[in-house]
Every structure is written in structure tokens, then in C-alpha cells.
Design a protein around this ligand. Structure first.
Ligand code: 5RP
Length: 231
């Protein structure tokens, strides 16, 4: 199928009433979002203001002529649209494949409506079998890795594939650690709570009860609106 599913999901997001009526739009990071950015109608760049979850997205938006604001200037946005690495049956997500999870979680939290755009390959039964990224303050890295071992989780510092030796450093200057939580015995919410309790963990890539709509692009795009639980 290639990228068709991602493109269909992105197209459907732009048809949401919540997007059409929005004034301030948050845009996430990744290849699905790249489709979204290329599909945004020209007139929207005159009418709407954008905020980006990463420098990459900010630059792509700017290239298309968008007005892009810094997140620090905003306390609320109308809609946030982003991809995900995995989505379970309840609409919970794993995010952070592009190392932007911290800013992504801030934008999702400050949004009135959070729409997730994915292709069918992202649908999973349980999030714990996916690699779960966390962002860690560099000063706390060894301590956090020790605490993860104590929780019997395997944590791997993410390394750049090319162009840089050593750890991937996020746009917020954190180190990304990818977790194998497949042996975790308790629920995913408890995992998230325990991880966030470790001093030095800046954020986790678990987005639990945050999405308002999951748009899955396949042969067509299926939009599923969820009732927000917001934890
Ligand atoms: C970036 C993310 C992305 O949304 C996630 O990795 C999905 O990316 P793609 O659309 O390329 O599959 O969380 O931090």
C-alpha cells in the first residue's frame, strides 16, 4: 500500500469540523504529518496560525508560507494533529518515533481536540509489545537506566543512524531511551505512572486517554471519535 493510508488519514483530518473551525492549529512530527503539511490548502495559511512539535515541522510549515508561533507563547490551541507509532483498541498511543514526544505531549494537552492520523499498520492489540520511548534529562541518564533495570525493563539509549555519533538529543535537549516493556505484568497506565515517577524522566511516549479522534487510513479513511478521558 505504500504511503496511501497515511495520505488518506491526513486528507480526512483536514475535513474535520474541528480543523475547519480552528484558528490555532498544532502540527506534530513524522512522515504522516509530512503528507498533512503538503495537503493543507493555501488559504488556510492566510487564515490560521500554526505551532509545531519540532523544528523539522516548523521549517516545513514555514516553507509553505505558514505563520508559525513558538509553543511558549500559547496556553491553548484549538486542534492538534499528529501521527503515532502504535494505537490500541481504546485509542491509547505510543509516540516518539521521531524523538518529539515531549513537545507532542504538551501540544496534545493544550489542545481542545487531538486528532491522530495513522495507517492500518499502526493498529496493535497491546502497546506494551511496542518499543516505548521516554525522554530523559541527560544529567539523570545513568540513574534513570538503573531505575528501569529495577523495574525489570530493558532500556536502550537511542542512537542516530547516521550523521552523528552517540545519543539522539531531542529538540528539548533530552536523551531518548527506548524501552522494551514486553514482560511488564501490570497495566499500561501503571507503567506510565511508574515511569513518570522516576526523577529525571521528562516525559513518556505513552499517550493514554488523550486522543479525541483516531483517523485510520486504509482503502478509505475511517474516523473514530472517542469520548475524551484525559488523565
Ligand atoms: C514523532 C512521532 C510520530 O508521530 C510517530 O513516530 C509516527 O511517525 P510516522 O508518521 O512517520 O509513522 O511520534 O515523535
Amino acid at each position: 500500500m505504500g504511503d496511501e493510508g497515511k495520505r488518506r488519514a491526513a486528507e480526512a483530518a483536514l475535513e474535520l469540523e474541528e480543523y475547519k473551525e480552528s484558528e490555532v492549529v498544532g502540527i506534530g512530527t513524522g512522515s504522516t504529518v509530512a503528507h498533512l503539511i503538503s495537503l493543507i490548502p493555501e488559504k488556510d495559511f492566510e487564515e490560521k496560525t500554526f505551532v509545531a512539535s519540532s523544528m523539522e515541522t516548523a521549517l516545513s510549515l514555514k516553507k509553505r508560507g505558514a505563520k508559525v508561533l513558538e509553543g511558549a507563547l500559547l496556553d491553548k490551541i484549538d486542534i492538534y494533529i499528529d501521527g503515532a507509532d502504535a494505537v490500541d483498541g481504546e485509542g491509547n498511543l505510543v509516540k516518539g518515533g521521531g524523538a518529539a514526544l515531549f513537545r507532542e505531549k504538551i501540544l496534545a494537552s493544550m489542545s481542545d481536540f487531538f486528532a491522530v492520523i495513522v495507517d492500518e499498520s499502526k493498529l496493535v492489540e497491546s502497546l506494551k509489545y511496542k518499543s516505548i520511548p521516554i525522554e530523559v534529562n541527560p544529567f539523570a541518564l545513568s540513574y534513570v537506566l538503573r531505575k528501569l533495570r529495577e523495574m525489570e525493563l530493558r532500556g536502550e539509549v537511542r542512537k542516530a543512524g547516521s550523521g552523528k555519533y552517540g545519543p539522539v538529543v531531542s529538540d528539548s535537549f533530552g536523551i531518548i531511551v527506548d524501552l522494551d516493556a514486553s514482560d511488564w505484568k501490570e497495566g499500561i497506565e501503571e507503567l506510565d505512572r511508574r515511569l513518570r515517577n522516576i526523577v529525571g524522566v521528562v516525559e513518556t511516549g505513552l499517550f493514554i486517554g488523550m486522543a479525541d479522534a483516531i483517523i485510520v487510513g486504509g482503502e478509505e479513511a475511517v474516523v473514530r471519535k472517542l469520548s475524551r478521558r484525559r488523565v
